[in-house]
Ligand binder design. Structure first.
Ligand code: PRP
Ligand code: URA
Length: 209
């Protein structure tokens, strides 16, 4: 079974409080989501491989560690996942970026796919799938299925806020995908929104409501 990591770092928790606030406007919301994603990237990449290299410092050679092994890809689920990409790329600028477009049908809550563009060598990359909200888990589970159909074998999911139902659904569908979150909230409401959550992440990021 996959692992679920709730990153309780004080900086992340402080910033999460800011984006939960209904009075936080779109500009600040976007900036703080980016900052949280950057902080989370630090934890999410904790176990990626490094190799020893020798670097010439002004004082002579130094044995150092640099990233090695499989290359990374960051894949946001559109739209809201876009808000997490730049924060992650600040720490891992060599990562390629793919995009998966999914929206939840408002009545059935089922995800509907409308876009998919991935790096050509996606099957050779460690994939960080990002979406701020893991609610019913349908969108994340579908995105993972889509990535696996393209040959992906190493996928981790990074979200900001999850409902317990969404974690269970993603783990049941994809027990090989480790999950990283800033908060596991209480529940889903009857419309599939996370309580207390932060509302509609896409609308708050892009000012569409
Ligand atoms: C939101 C969110 C997730 C999905 C989560 O996207 O960003 O992708 O809902 O819900 P689920 O776990 O129940 O599938 P939405 O469908 O509202 O699209 P948007 O990002 O374009 O607003
Ligand atoms: N999508 C969101 O943006 N927010 C929720 O609470 C649930 C799904």
């Amino acid at each position: 079974m996959s692992t679920v990591t709730e990153i309780r770092h004080p900086l992340i928790q402080h910033k999460l409080a800011i984006i939960r606030d209904k009075d936080t406007g779109s500009k600040e919301f976007r900036e703080v989501v980016e900052e949280i994603a950057m902080l989370m990237a630090y934890e999410v990449t904790r176990n990626i491989h490094t190799e020893e290299v020798v670097i010439e410092t002004p004082m002579g050679p130094a044995k150092c560690q640099m990233l090695s092994g499989k290359k990374l890809a960051i894949v946001p689920i559109l739209r809201a996942g876009l808000g997490m990409v730049e924060g992650m790329r600040k720490l891992i600028p060599a990562a390629k970026v793919g995009h998966i477009g999914l929206y939840r049908d408002e009545t059935t809550l089922q995800p509907v796919e409308y876009f998919c563009k991935l790096p050509q060598d996606i099957n050779e990359r460690d994939i960080i799938l990002v979406d701020p909200m893991l609610a019913t888990g349908g969108s994340a589970a579908d995105a993972v299925t889509l990535l696996k159909r393209r040959g992906a074998t190493s996928i981790r999911f990074v979200g900001l806020i999850a409902a317990p139902e969404g974690i269970q659904a993603l783990q049941a569908a994809h027990p090989d995908v480790d999950i990283y979150l800033a908060s596991i909230d209480e529940k889903l409401n009857e419309k599939g929104y996370i309580i207390p959550g932060l509302g509609d992440a896409g609308d708050r990021l892009f000012g569409t409501k």
